[in-house]
Design a protein around this ligand. Structure first.
Ligand code: PMP
Length: 406
């Protein structure tokens, strides 16, 4: 086989569909986010970032940066091993305690990313509980899907955010069958929110364990940033809460929080935990500082809400269609991969506005979009410039009609 020709041919196919991904090389300067610099050959361009998942700007927060500097000086760059073989540091232990407390659980366990925490956490429960059947929401993230597939446990997919369909699917299995129900709270691409209480009612009726991915909610919702489940007073009813340290907390890493026994079980059997180098202690220290700050400070959450409402209202006023949803994610629908890319390039080249096009397989073909994430660090001028530029391109491309169809 001519491997090189094969790779090229596959990539050409992706290019033709308009969904070939090009990295946007952005330099964030300390303290200036969402302002950044893009490198264009030898030149640089000032840009405003509108698509970051550092939702609250915590990646630039002085408490976080100071904690990371201090831990770096104290511990050095890397963890030096897996958690079991010399890689566990005081900062990991403190962070796990902080996370358990955040979610009102007995224990928490760190992984190197949210992806790994889902893949390993869900996968380990599904594969190591004999006879376990997994019930997965139709729009679950790739990391959960891969974890479930990898476990080789039988699984059923229930209709998105539909507790009645979940109930029907669970009813096909007797009480003796161990069941695990996996879903998210805030769905990252449409920004809709799961009816958690109803889903938990169904889980409890069938004696099923519940596993919730709160990756797009932790830090952002709830009085202490514990997520939608905290906001709705439901944390105590959920078996496993999974989250990331890489989005609202501004650093990197993932975790699960649950009962001490469940966490110990995953710690003992998850290969994605056992055989991988631990997060650098400085990362753990930064994440800990971020969580601590957001447990007591509402200022970032409040200002983010205000910014989101402002952007939505301005989009409405300009007739630019966006998916209505109750979260902080604003999907501006385009409905075509090539157009989405052209708009994104135009915004960058002409206005220094960075919004990455979102294409298949992240979203279904025909629902390509620009995903805006207003944050507390965007000011009025940033919003004015965004809306002016979007209005201009929107009328230029006569996209409104297409977007409504999408
Ligand atoms: N779950 C969901 C719903 C996500 O959107 C993502 C990341 N996009 C992850 C898990 C993985 O988290 P991380 O980026 O920390 O690996």
């Amino acid at each position: 086989m001519d491997f090189e020709a094969f790779f090229e041919q596959q990539l050409d196919g992706v290019r033709e569909e308009g969904r070939y991904r090009v990295f946007t090389d952005i330099k964030r300067h300390r303290g200036s986010f969402p302002q950044a610099t893009r490198f264009v050959g030898e030149d640089t361009q000032a840009v405003t970032v509108w698509c970051s998942n550092d939702y609250l700007g915590m990646g630039q927060h002085p408490d976080v940066i100071d904690a990371m500097h201090a831990a770096l000086d104290e511990c050095g760059a890397g963890a030096g091993g897996t958690r079991n073989i010399s890689g566990t540091n005081h900062h990991h232990v403190l962070l796990e305690q902080e996370l358990a407390d955040l979610h009102g659980k007995e224990s928490a366990l760190l992984f190197t990313s949210g992806y790994v925490s889902n893949w390993a956490g869900l996968g380990t429960l599904a594969s190591k509980i004999p006879g376990c059947v997994v019930f997965s929401d139709a729009l679950n993230h790739a990391s959960m899907i891969e974890g479930i597939r990898h476990s080789r446990a039988p699984y059923k997919i229930w209709q998105h955010n539909d507790p009645e369909d979940l109930n029907r699917k669970l009813s096909n299995f007797g009480p003796e069958v161990p069941k695990l129900v996996a879903f998210e709270s805030v769905y990252s691409m449409d920004g809709d929110i799961a009816p958690i209480a109803e889903i938990l009612d169904v889980c409890e009726k069938h004696g099923a364990m519940s596993y919730i991915d709160e990756v797009h909610a932790v830090g952002l919702y709830g009085p202490r940033g514990g997520g939608i489940a905290e906001r709705e007073g439901l944390m105590g009813r959920i078996t496993v809460i999974e989250g990331t340290l890489g989005k609202a907390f501004g650093v990197v890493g993932g975790y699960i929080a649950a009962s001490a026994d469940l966490v110990d079980f995953v710690r003992t059997f998850a290969s994605g935990f056992i055989f991988s180098t631990a997060l650098p202690p400085a990362v753990a220290a930064g994440a800990c500082a971020s969580i601590k700050h957001l447990k007591t400070s509402n200022a970032e959450r409040e200002r983010q809400k205000e910014r989101v409402a402002q952007v939505r209202a301005r989009l409405d006023a300009m007739g630019i269609p966006h998916l209505p949803n109750p979260s902080h994610i604003i999907p501006v629908m385009v409905g075509d991969a090539h157009k989405c890319k052209r708009i994104s390039d135009w915004l960058m080249d002409n206005h220094g506005i960075y919004v990455q096009p979102i294409n298949y397989p992240t979203v279904p073909v025909g629902t390509e979009r620009l995903r805006l994430t207003p944050s507390p660090v965007h000011d009025d001028g940033d919003i004015d410039r965004l809306i002016t530029a979007l209005s201009e391109i929107w009328s230029q491309c006569e996209l409104a009609r297409m977007a409504t169809a999408a």
